[in-house]
Design a protein around this ligand. Structure first.
Ligand code: IVH
Length: 715
């Protein structure tokens, strides 16, 4: 919904009560967000700079008076997830991915074990580069001919923001690489951070000046980098540690530790605690030692990172979806804090599932202010776990209780305990709703588990009638991850839905044609330019990739990765849609074919069946497909002989592990399936192959030995 700006004169900040301040901060945050979007993304501000500055100053002044309300998603703390539009967008030549996390020592053992099995090494020992995990902002610095040409933030990993002018002010970043014979193109990656001392001093200065006070050094580093005026960045002491690379026209070294040495020779600072380790014991000892030093270090770290040292092995190991197989972040234990649970609210999700959310007295933990905490489900509140086991020794959670919450890295905060001694007499047992809080008050049921027992998750039975579910689906549909329609965020969807203008996805695309009746430009918060921009954004999304389209349908169990697997598996909307309709009619052959696709199994198929089994959903899809053009899935780029082919591995392989064989085939653009069908192109059979070999013969599929396969792929 669009917030209003011209109402009663605002109350003086000094006179605001705590409750008024909280509401006012939320209102201003919404309003600022809308103005930022109109200004930076649509180039269509609806207020003057002076009016905008006044709003921001008021926001900052209230946060300054009530620092307990500074939350990590406050406008003063923006740590750019998606590019904001304030800076030019930069597409990363090599995506900036993230790391998988290990928390327990066993996770580290598993990580090393996985690598050993994958590489199937006989005598070679694996060395690891062990490095502190700096809690800052990752940055990609591109050098051409030795000169710094672009500095880009991570953004969403594919596209970041161009902060070159600001990065040039950092002492740790050479404008020209030292040394002769540096490769023509070098992308040096690492972390921008602010020291704890500089952070405290900066906050003192900001407080005196009535400016933004940052919640932690990471946010202050982000805020300092996102300045439009580089001289402000220059006045903020930021450091940079180099630890990785992106595109390189040539590799100067063949190990991670060698690359770190090369970064130093080029003029970069690298982290002095980095160490080469040769066993799991050494990795764990490194973790312990760094954890002991953590408090004394002048920069924040949230764990350590282990990376396979040999780059040729890193390449063999490759990536599993968005994280490398060759590296892991071993996090430090979560930080905990105690606070009071003020209330419990129910959130209704896109698929009608209920999530109770604990509303907390705001508390700082692990560097951010936490005010909401998920309470998962009814049983969790009662102290019962997923398998019926006791949680918190059976202690239930009541409104008014003092609870211990924990937050580890980016993980959502959790309630780990309840302090019974502090339970007030009037603590209230939460009555889980029997009716959906939506205006229809539909009944709530508890889901069945796969085994037919009563599950923990409660769900509204309203299905398509429940407006909460419809809104949540529309929000997902327009979101960055799906149709990515600029100017159609959660608040706008809510507003358009409440007005009755957009009730299902197809309505978004018919909105411009209906505007002669709606007259959006006459509504608060809109003007001619912003409406033109919104309609332009809608038009520009009429062409959509198959995987985004499948994801945007909002089927349960079909997240982005599954949508991609389905899109690659079927190639076109026509064949996917035909398959879905056949699955809904229980067509066995189509179900078997879908099941044979990599990453697709019973749960996904059951969900597709349920979705396309409903005529209401088929109608939504049909009306939507009339409005958009769905592009065929990208053909694998590889020119390998196996690109686009479907392969099944069976029996034991001798030259590589099954995982490695699968990863290599996928890297070359082949699809690896779990079972043989008439669509299979090759069955690679090692000793001990059984029924799949028989299936291959039945369907006349080419059977290869491991050596023949290796020859085919050119290895
Ligand atoms: S290596 C393919 N090394 O952690 C990923 N990352 O969770 C390459 N980080 O986005 C990253 N210290 O911002 C690497 N020594 C280090 C790091 C480090 C901090 C951050 C980085 C990355 C995040 C991944």
């Amino acid at each position: 919904m669009v917030a209003k700006s011209k109402t009663k004169p605002p109350i003086d900040v000094a006179e605001l009560t705590k409750a008024q301040a909280k509401v006012e901060l939320m209102r201003l945050a919404l309003e600022l967000e809308g103005h930022d979007k109109r200004y930076y993304q649509n180039d269509a501000p609806s207020i003057t700079d002076a009016e905008y500055d006044a709003l921001r100053q008021r926001f900052n002044a209230i946060e300054k008076r009530f620092p307990e309300f500074v939350s990590s998603d406050s406008p003063s703390q923006k740590v750019g997830a998606a590019p904001s539009g304030r800076f030019r967008k930069v597409r990363h030549a090599v995506p900036m991915l993230s790391l998988d996390n290990a928390f327990a020592e066993q996770d580290v053992l598993d990580f090393v074990g996985r690598i050993e099995r994958f590489l199937k090494l006989s005598d070679d020992k694996i060395a690891f580069s062990a490095e502190p995990k700096i809690d800052g902002l990752s940055m990609s610095l591109r050098y051409e001919g030795g000169e710094l040409v672009t500095a880009a933030t991570r953004g969403d990993g594919a596209e970041g923001e161009d902060v070159t002018a600001n990065i040039r002010t950092l002492e740790d970043v050479p404008k020209k690489l030292k040394g002769r014979n540096v490769p023509e193109i070098c992308e040096v990656r690492g972390e921008v951070y602010m020291t704890k001392k500089a952070f405290l001093a900066l906050n003192d200065r900001q407080r005196v000046a009535g400016d933004t006070v940052f919640a932690n050094p990471r946010n202050s580093a982000a805020g300092s980098l996102r300045q439009k005026d580089p001289s402000i960045t220059a006045s903020r002491p930021l450091g940079f540690f180099a630890y990785a690379w992106g595109e390189m026209s040539a590799m100067p070294e063949d190990t991670q530790s060698g690359m770190i040495g090369w970064f130093q020779r080029c003029g970069f600072t690298t982290n002095p605690l980095t160490k080469l380790c040769h066993s799991v014991e050494q990795l764990i000892a490194f973790h312990r030692k760094i954890e002991e030093q953590r408090a004394e270090l002048d920069y924040d770290i949230d764990g350590v990172v282990y990376k396979v040292d040999r780059i040729d092995w890193q390449e063999r190991l490759g990536f599993v979806s968005r994280t490398p197989r060759w590296a892991i972040a071993h996090k430090f234990p979560a930080e905990r804090a105690m606070t009071v649970l003020r209330d419990i609210e129910i959130q209704v999700g896109r698929t009608g599932s209920f999530t109770p959310v604990g509303k907390l007295e705001p508390v700082g933990v692990g560097g951010v202010i936490v005010q909401n905490v998920t309470l998962h489900n009814e049983d969790y509140i009662k102290g019962i776990g997923g398998d019926g086991e006791q949680l918190r020794e059976g202690r239930d959670i009541r409104i008014g209780d003092t609870v211990v919450i924990q937050r580890a890295g980016d993980v959502i905060p959790q309630v780990v305990d309840v302090i019974i001694d502090k339970r007030p007499k009037n603590a209230r047992v939460f009555q889980f709703p029997k009716k959906c809080p939506c205006p229809l008050h539909t009944d709530v049921v508890r889901e069945e588990t796969a085994t037919g027992e009563e599950g923990a998750r409660a769900r509204c039975t309203g299905e398509f009638a429940c407006p909460f579910q419809k809104i949540e689906h529309l929000k997902l549909f327009a979101s960055r991850r799906a149709f990515d329609i600029d100017g159609l965020g959660e608040k706008q969807i809510q507003f358009f839905f409440e007005q009755g203008w957009v009730k299902e996805p197809a309505d978004i695309f018919t909105l411009p044609a209906r505007n002669n009746r709606i007259k959006l430009e006459e509504h608060e918060g809109y003007g001619e330019t912003s409406v033109r921009n919104l309609f332009g954004a809608i038009e520009s999304r009429r062409r959509i990739s198959l995987e985004r389209f499948i994801f945007a349908l909002g089927m349960r169990q079909v997240g982005e990765t599954t949508a991609l697997a389905l899109a690659r598996g079927y190639g076109s909307w026509q064949s996917f849609h035909d398959a879905c309709l056949a699955v809904a009619k229980d067509d066995e052959e189509t179900i078997a074919e879908m099941d044979a696709l990599d990453q697709i199994g019973d749960t996904v198929i059951a969900s597709i069946k349920a979705y396309f089994g409903e005529s209401h959903n088929r109608g939504i899809v049909e009306r939507l497909t009339r409005e958009v053009t769905i592009l065929d899935a990208e053909k694998p780029k590889s020119n390998s002989a196996v690109a686009g082919k479907t392969v099944v591995f069976t029996g034991s392989l001798e030259k590589m592990t099954r995982d490695e064989a699968k990863a290599t085939a996928e890297r070359l653009g082949a699809k690896v399936a779990g079972s043989v069908s008439k669509k299979t192109d090759y069955v690679v059979a090692g000793p001990g192959a059984g029924s799949k070999l028989a299936e291959a013969k039945k369907h006349n599929v080419a059977v290869l030995t491991e050596d023949e396969w290796l020859k085919l792929i050119g290895e």
